[in-house]
Each structure stands twice: as structure tokens, then as C-alpha cells.
Design a protein around this ligand. Structure first.
Ligand code: GAP
Length: 507
């Protein structure tokens, strides 16, 4: 059974060195988290699994690693400068800022019914409609928020609300020594834009034909009004994104194919189909570039079903937006006129000898939300025969931060430690990931710790391995291998150890 509460995961992550609050020793920087020794391994393994499935195992994909800092014109023509905002409202009493939809969601149904009535809407459950109506009439909305006595969680009392207004979520910074009006750049709010602006570079260097994709994993930044729920909503996060370019008209079929492919991948990292709901995003909630989006909603502990990945049909919006002088093109999307770009982002269709702007299907998953989901699914509490509880992280072996722990039975016996070190070094050469020499001297505690961090196998070197005593003679050059999930132990010859582990880790 997966984790029951977010607190269980937060506590495990801190206790075992997976994830820490960013800038913690200065009180923390809200919306930032740092991945510790085990977190960095888990995250790296997850990204590698995604890259392997989506780049190496396909014949229609290229990889890319674009800059985080982007020219302001990229984000102007992508539409983010004008539309990438959340509606927010301030409290005059506490000076705190809230996302309007989150604020409304937290109110009782009765309060929402009053708001809906005052805004002349029928459905008090349709928060999107209430937010849109309020953003259209912000002055009226302010009167309604105060009149309906919308509670501020901070004080538990009706708040002194301002009129709602849009708040752009992009981080701006200045580039170069002079901070004037023209010298700013953005930290990208999605990795996707790096792919669109490199479309021509990749096409020219690879001679790809449609359909094909470009994959990228990297950081994205959003000045979220209310970062919350641990690493679920943060201001700096990573995305694993694919922009898959197809012929117009073939987009809807590819959208369905990608939906299936992505569900299969989630299953391969331990997130079963029944833990994901597919949301066909209502038209009113679609991003400015999307014709249709499926959101994959994972059942997070304490949160319920929330987005882990969006799979959008971005049409010809992005390549069209970044194309110079689109006037002579037959774009389906409405885009800003562009005389700033130097390129036409088109492909030559050999059959018709015409230039077309491809459509884009975009599976976009959050790495941090994936880490959280994988941890949640793997988190298991078992009651042992003696009545004690053990926490065990049943991660798929390819994701485990430590693949094998090698434990000498006693830390003060140099022969045991040296044999363990040699085994560790030999296994390390196989490049499976982290192999740990665990010489704390207490095997029971080491097993418990490695259960909690998801190490699939512990190898123990004992006196039998050294074969000194006559009664141990047949154990010479063998070790004990303990399986994390079954807790069963096998005695394995050191010469067979690598194959024994390989077949069970990567079988
Ligand atoms: N390029 C499309 C795009 O960025 P999105 O739905 O805004 O679409 C894609 O983001 C994914 O990125 C989400 O499904 C989520 O997993 C992750 N994500 C978005 N905002 C996030 C945040 N503030 N913190 C953590 N992950 C986030």
C-alpha cells in the first residue's frame, strides 16, 4: 500500500537524506528544495529511465540541452509575457498574497454559493468559471470577496481583500553589467521553448523527417504565488519534455499514441495505471497554446489526484509564433506577428514540395512530482512476526539510490572489511550505479536503514566468508545476500555474486 500521508514522505526524506529545504540554515527559501545524497541518485535514475525509454529506445527522437536563461523575445512570442499569469488577490490585513482559485477552493460551499450568486453564476463548484468572471470584473470581485466574507486562513476571519489581478509567474533577471530596460532576460518557465527555438538547428543537423521528436530534461522556474505540498509545487523544478512534431491532420492520432506510451512508462517506474486518472482538460482551463490536453493525475497522499504530467496538442502555435513573417502561411493558431525572429520554422514536405509548419504533441512531466509519486508508491509499512514495524521502500531496482550495500560483519576485523571493500570495488566497476560499503558494524541496523532507502540487496561478509574455522570451511569465499522485499537470505559464492545480483536487479 502506498504512503498514506505526505508527512510520512517528508519525514522519510529528511531522516534519510533524500530532500532538504533550500537555504535551510538561513531559515529556508520558500518553494526551493535541495536533493541530498540519496535524493540526487533517485532523481538521476528516474531521469535516466525516462531518457532511455524516450530517446535511446525510439528511432524518432533527438535529445537537446538548451539554456535556462532565455532572450525576452522568446518569451514574448511564445505568449508567456502576456498570458503566463495566475489570478491573485492580496490581504490588506496580513499583506499576504493568495491564488484566487486556491482561496476559493478553501472556502465552505455556503461561502462559494454566496459568491456565485453575487457574480450571477449558477454553479458554485465551478471555480474556473468564478475566477474568470472575477477577473473580468475585478472591482466587483473585490466587493464580492469582502461581502461574502471570504475567510483568510492566516487569521481564520473574513479577510480585507484587494481586487484580484493577474500576476506573471516568470522570473526576470538582468544580463550583463548594465541593468537597463532592455537588458533583461527570463529564466525559462518551461523547457519546451528551448526546443522550439532550436527546431531548425536540430532539423538541419539530423535531416529528420516528420514525424519526429526532440526530448529535453532540465530546470524550469515559476514564481508560484503559493508554493506548497513539499516538492509538489515549487518555484524551481525540473521537467522531462518531448516536443513531437507531426503533420497537421495526424496530430490527434499521435496525441492518443503518446497518452498510451506515457501511461506505460509510468507503470514501468512503479506507478500503476489504477493510481492515475486521465483528465481531458476543459476548454476554459487549456493553456494559451493548447487545442486539447490530457492531464495525468496521480493519487498523491494527502492531496488526492493532482497533475503529474500534461500531454498537450500545441498545434502549430509555437513553431508558428517563432517564425518570421507568418503572413504567407496557413497557420491554424492565432499568433503575434513576428519580425524579430530570423527563421522560418517549417519543414519541406517532399511529396508536395511545400513548406509546412508542423503540429506539436507535447508530453511534459515534472521530475520532482515524479520523485514524489515514485516515493509514495514504494513506501510500505509492514508488521513483522515479532510485532515490530518495518518501513521499506519497494522501489524498482533500476531506480534505487543504492543498488547494493556490502556489509562486513564487524568493523574492527580488517580481513572482513578488506574483503567487503574488494567486493564493493568489483561490483562498482560494473557501472550499475551506487554500491555502498556499509561498515557501521551493526548488521541489523544496516538492514533496517537499507530497507528504508530502498536498497534491493545487502551483501554481508562474515567469518564464514574468510573460512578460518573448520566448521566454516564450506562457506569459504561465499557471502550472505539479503533480499529487501522478502527479507530472505541466500548464500552465494563471491565468484557468482555479480551474475546473481545482475539477474535480479536488471533481470
Ligand atoms: N511545457 C508544458 C508545461 O510546462 P505544465 O502543465 O505547466 O506544462 C508540466 O507543466 C509539468 O511540470 C506538470 O505536469 C508538473 O509535473 C510540472 N510542474 C509544473 N509546475 C510545477 C511546479 N510549480 N512545481 C513542480 N512541478 C511543476
Amino acid at each position: 500500500m502506498p504512503a498514506q500521508t505526505m508527512e510520512e514522505l517528508v519525514s522519510l526524506c529528511k531522516r534519510r537524506g533524500f530532500i532538504f529545504q533550500g537555504s535551510e540554515i538561513y531559515g529556508g527559501l520558500q518553494g526551493t528544495y535541495d536533493y541530498g545524497p540519496l535524493g540526487v541518485e533517485l532523481k538521476k535514475n528516474l531521469k535516466e529511465a525516462w531518457w532511455k525509454a524516450n530517446v535511446y529506445e525510439r528511432d524518432d527522437m533527438e535529445g537537446l540541452d538548451a539554456s535556462v536563461l532565455m532572450h525576452r523575445l522568446v518569451l514574448r512570442h511564445s505568449g508567456h509575457e502576456s498570458t503566463f499569469s495566475d489570478p491573485m488577490v492580496d490581504s490588506r490585513e496580513t499583506n499576504k498574497r493568495y491564488r484566487l482559485d486556491h482561496l476559493l477552493k478553501e472556502q465552505t460551499l455556503l461561502v462559494r454559493q454566496n459568491i456565485a450568486t453575487m457574480m450571477r453564476l449558477d454553479n458554485a463548484e465551478d471555480i474556473t468559471a468564478i475566477v474568470s468572471a472575477m477577473m473580468e470584473h475585478p472591482d466587483k470581485a473585490q466587493v464580492v470577496l469582502v461581502g461574502a466574507q471570504v475567510i483568510e486562513a492566516e487569521t481564520g476571519k473574513p479577510g480585507a481583500w484587494t481586487a484580484p489581478r493577474p500576476f506573471n509567474m516568470m522570473f526576470r533577471t538582468t544580463v550583463g553589467p548594465v541593468a537597463d530596460l532592455e537588458s533583461y532576460a527570463y529564466l525559462r518557465p518551461e523547457t519546451a521553448q528551448g526546443i522550439f527555438v532550436n527546431f531548425k538547428n536540430v532539423l538541419d543537423n539530423t535531416s529528420r523527417r516528420l514525424p519526429f521528436g526532440i526530448a529535453q530534461i532540465g530546470k524550469a522556474f515559476r514564481n508560484e504565488i503559493t508554493p506548497r505540498n513539499f516538492i509538489f509545487r515549487v518555484r524551481e523544478f525540473e521537467q522531462m519534455e518531448i516536443e513531437f512534431f507531426v503533420r497537421p491532420g495526424e496530430d490527434e492520432a499521435w496525441h492518443e499514441k503518446w497518452l498510451e506510451a506515457r501511461l506505460a512508462w509510468w507503470d514501468s517506474v512503479g506507478i500503476p495505471r489504477h493510481q492515475i486518472e486521465i483528465l481531458d482538460v476543459p476548454k476554459a482551463d487549456l493553456a494559451h497554446y493548447s487545442k486539447r490536453t490530457y492531464d495525468l493525475m496521480y493519487n498523491y497522499p494527502s492531496l488526492g489526484f493532482e497533475e503529474i504530467e500534461g500531454i498537450a496538442n500545441r498545434t502549430d502555435y509555437d513553431l508558428g509564433s517563432h517564425t518570421r513573417s507568418q503572413g504567407d502561411m496557413n497557420l491554424s493558431a492565432t499568433v503575434l506577428p513576428n519580425e524579430d525572429s530570423t527563421q522560418k520554422l517549417t519543414v519541406l514536405e517532399q511529396t508536395s514540395n511545400t513548406h509546412i509548419v508542423p503540429y506539436v504533441i507535447e508530453p511534459s512531466a515534472g521530475v520532482d512530482r515524479a520523485v514524489l509519486a515514485v516515493l509514495s508508491e514504494a513506501y510500505t509499512v509492514e508488521t513483522l512476526e515479532n510485532g515490530n514495524e518495518r518501513i521499506v521502500l519497494k522501489l524498482r531496482p533500476h531506480l534505487s539510490p543504492i543498488k547494493v550495500a556490502v556489509i562486513p560483519l564487524a568493523r574492527n576485523k580488517p580481513e572482513l572489511v578488506e574483503t567487503a571493500r574488494k567486493i564493493k570495488q568489483d561490483l562498482q566497476k560494473l557501472a550499475w550505479g551506487r554500491i555502498l560499503l556499509e561498515d557501521s558494524g551493526n548488521v541489523g541496523k544496516a538492514y533496517r536503514r537499507h530497507d528504508e532507502v530502498g536498497t534491493p540487496f545487502c551483501v554481508t561478509v562474515d567469518y564464514g566468508t574468510l573460512g578460518g574455522e573448520a566448521e566454516n570451511a564450506d562457506l569459504k569465499d561465499t557471502v550472505t545476500v539479503r533480499n529487501r522485499d522478502s527479507m530472505l537470505q541466500d548464500r552465494v559464492a563471491i565468484t557468482d555474486l555479480a551474475e546473481y545480483l545482475r539477474s535480479r536487479l536488471f533481470g
